[in-house]
Design a protein around this ligand. Sequence first.
Ligand code: DP6
Length: 321
Amino acid sequence: MVTAVAHTNIALIKYWGKRDANLIIPYTGSLSLTLDQFYTETSVNFDQNLDRDEVSIDDQSAANNSWQRVHDFLEIVREKSGAHLNAKVVSRNHVPTAAGLASSASAFAALAAAASKAAGMNLNNQELSRLARRGSGSACRSIFGGFVEWQRGTDDADSYAVPIDTPHLSDIRVVALTIEKHQKPISSRRGMALSVTTSPYYPTWVKVVESDLQSIKSAINQDDFTRFGTISELNAMRMHALTLSSDPDFLYFNGSTLDAMNEVKRLRHSGIECYYTIDAGPNVKVICQTKNVKEITTTFSKLFGPDKVIVAQPGPGIKYL
Ligand code: DP6
């Protein structure tokens, strides 16, 4: 049995759209920060006594759709490794409160690491990133700690994440506001497919992400937090504009999301520098520096309750236990 731990990541330049849905090759690159607070621990054991794959998630037998996704991923591992046995998979998400922060990124990164090793493959991190990508695109970034770039590539061999090795922006903090714990009505998988096929702005998004990526990398290089935060917030809003311009249109924000966005702007105008980013759900992540964490957590604790506010910092890459 092999056990692996992977941390989730938050994208600052978003991945939103697949060029190849089967291999999960994206239309654009993306850039993320791996976080210390939220992680998945997964054990895999290939066992000749099993007549089908057994999957448990957070101490419960996996529901049909989750079972299918894990099974499909194990099929890829079996095909690549030559292993043919069924597997027992036990996965646990570690999230401070039941706050809807469990993510497919940490889940498939941990599964890729544990399953490939249990099947006798000895993959390096680049190969592991390519494998994790097949489970969920964002998972390819969770193989590495800190800032990570997913280089979009054009095929299975050259679409993988690389760590951005930098001493800069090390006092960055992410204050997660866990406004809503319910499952999103439109998964990111469905949402991005709808945006690719129906938003008239999609071709513009592809162009804009290339320049946002260049700008954020130069902001990191220059240790420029203001530019870093500004580009992150802009890029997130550009992604959400693709949901509003899809047919049918859809939106991940709720009323509390808007309240949090307005509060971030108010704080910023009052001299507390912070920026927001939002993924495929109503929760807001506030990007800031250590010096302002206290003021920001106090403000949002008053607004949403202290149990809804979690402070994260840069987290590590994949680990085996
Ligand atoms: C908004 O990686 O969950 O979080 O590849 O279909 O599994 P699939 O999608 P997924 O999408 C993540 C979308 C996002 C942006 C990001 O993480 O880059």
